[in-house]
Ligand binder design. Structure first.
Ligand code: 6GU
Length: 299
């Protein structure tokens, strides 16, 4: 997988060189480029922002540096220049020497490739679609992901519109709160994606049993000692009865999820629930006087 990130704070992305993703980059499973947007400016002050049309607080990221950066990174072919103040679209020499990402952007012309192989441009934004595990799993199979990290009040809207002619473009949010910029959100999304890329995690089984893969939260886990500060590990986990342990774990997942994320329970496919699942959920619903039993729920 090729992974490019563009930011005015490339140092913010240095965690991509650590741990799991860092090792994948070293092994060549992930080909990483971190780029400083200011490398595509041409004025003395390396300006990336300007005041918003229509007024209002804050600054907006100018379209020209973004278009030049994305032209180089997405491998856009012959483009109409921006106009009199526009400039050639080739990446400047320094573009590929960000502090954490010296690799060149791979050329990625697109018209003649299958849709899934087109570069995918992800714009982290609180106005985007909520990013989920299902998105992470889908994106882990992509050839080329590019994250465009905005700051200030955002990037000029025309950049997104223009980019749609050259790549698949998606806006994603990581939750209902406001960050100062897209960098941390890009880190969150790349971690969720990269750990699903084949060859990155030693034991792929640990991926399939996990929280949210099937719409439920994780069961509680325990390790030695069996008794600690007056608290015992649940007996069943010491029983050696693997079927009973699996059932207990599933019950715990259902209980936990019903307690803290009833929205996830409501979203479950009823066909994915067995009789025992329904009994556990009914028990929880009956214990809660305001709750509807599973079978009584609308839909
Ligand atoms: Cl993706 N960006 C910013 N700036 N704030 C956010 C976010 C993204 N997701 C939640 N809050």
């Amino acid at each position: 997988m090729r992974l490019d990130v563009v930011s005015i704070f490339p140092e913010y992305l240095s965690p991509l060189r650590l741990s799991l993703i860092g090792r994948a980059v070293e092994k060549g499973i992930i080909d990483l480029g971190v780029h400083d947007l200011r490398d595509w400016t041409h004025d003395r002050h390396r300006t990336v922002d300007d005041t918003p049309y229509g007024g209002g607080a804050g600054m907006v990221m100018k379209p020209e540096p973004w278009a030049e950066a994305l032209t180089a990174i997405l491998g856009v072919g012959s483009e109409v220049p921006d106009g009199p103040e526009g400039s050639p679209t080739a990446a400047p020499a320094s573009a590929e020497s960000g502090p954490v990402g010296p690799e060149p952007a791979a050329p990625a012309g697109r018209q003649d490739r299958p849709a899934g192989d087109r570069p995918l441009l992800i714009v982290p934004s609180p106005a985007g679609t909520p990013f989920t595990q299902a998105h992470a799993a889908e994106l882990a199979g992509r050839e080329h992901l590019v994250f465009a990290c905005g700051r200030y009040e955002g990037i000029d809207q025309r950049v997104v519109e223009w980019a749609r002619d050259h790549a698949e473009v998606r806006l994603h949010s990581i939750g209902d709160y406001v960050l100062n910029g897209g960098e941390v959100a890009a880190l969150v999304m790349t971690e969720a994606i990269a750990r699903l890329v084949p060859g990155i995690i030693g034991n792929p089984e640990s991926l399939t049993e996990e929280s949210l893969e099937d719409g439920l939260l994780e069961y509680p886990v325990y390790t030695k000692p069996a008794a600690w500060r007056g608290r015992a590990v649940p007996d069943i986990l010491l029983s050696g009865n693997h079927a009973a342990i699996a059932r207990w774990r599933r019950d715990e997942r259902l209980r936990r999820t019903a307690e803290v994320r009833p929205d996830l329970i409501a979203a479950l496919d009823p066909a994915a629930l067995d009789r025992r699942d329904r009994a556990v959920l009914d028990e929880i619903a009956n214990a809660d006087p305001s709750g509807l039993a599973w079978g009584d729920r609308p839909d």
